[in-house]
Design a protein around this ligand. Sequence first.
Ligand SMILES: Nc1ncnc2c1ncn2[C@@H]1O[C@H](COP(=O)(O)OP(=O)(O)O)[C@@H](O)[C@H]1O
Ligand SMILES: [Mg+2]
Length: 313
Amino acid sequence: MKKKITLSTRKELKSLLIYILSNSRSLYSTRRFFEEGLKRNHKMRVYPPLSLSMMIEKQNTALYFQKEKLKNPDVIISRLGQRKASYSQAVFRQFEMLGALSLNECGAIVRSRDKLRTLQILSQKNISVPKTFFLDAPEDIDIALESVGGVPVIIKLPEGTQGVGVMLAESVRSARSILESLLDQEKHVLVQEFIEESLGADTRAIVLGGRVIASMQRKSVANEFRANVHRGGTQKKIKMTLETEKMARLAVELLGLKFAGVDLIESKRGPLILEVNPSPGIEGIEAATEVNIAEACILYIEKLYKLKKNNFM
Ligand SMILES: Nc1ncnc2c1ncn2[C@@H]1O[C@H](COP(=O)(O)OP(=O)(O)O)[C@@H](O)[C@H]1O
Ligand SMILES: [Mg+2]
């Protein structure tokens, strides 16, 4: 009798040891990656990067959690926060040095966290972005306001998230006072044209492995121009045009990311990219689109891992 051969992708892949670097295991996104990983039979662990310590010597590096030496993980999923960012990045890099595969590499995450660096890279590659001026000296406030077409203007801290570092100045007087006070606190700022015609709406696209897997429109509440979920905005599933999908995919690729949330805004001259978020929150978009983003990421990680094992990357 012939032996029955079952073709199961599940059997081809061993159970992976996956570490999620996150400051809280109760955060929705962290929890979702954790549970979807478990469902696929992987060993999942969550470590807050600031609770890990590192040992480095010639040809030997290790990480410790509460005096215990950690096993080398197969994969790292990073949800790095802003607090003590350089320490968290060093932890992440140490895992990379130990050979862990990462969903998004540390260098690419650091690059895209910086809105200025992102806009420099995208504009150079001919991707439409809002007209933006970057300054460090109060003497340059006039030229900044003039260059972006005058008030109202948007003022942003280059590393803000969830809408917190984004301000709207409607008069020259308020723009000047906001800018002076930020520059006085040694903060670099972006001054950006205000895309009024977007009417407080923007598009968030989730790109994974070169494809847009989910997209939603976010709309701000009354008296608010920021469409972020954390600013009380509402979300609904949308179908993006092929042109905007292509733009989002290209932006993510140019920044060297495999998984990202792209924010786009509709202007008179077509769609513009506002930012590319390397650790997008998935709660709002999973709810709005009913796409299982966490599962898609785990399946994608399995694919990357197989490619790596077979020396394809
Ligand atoms: N130039 C702009 N014109 C109009 N609205 C903007 C502009 N820039 C940002 N916004 C609004 O503010 C929100 C937050 O801006 P964003 O650059 O994505 O920063 P964050 O990292 O804080 O999310 C956007 O989703 C959008 O709704
Ligand atoms: Mg944003």
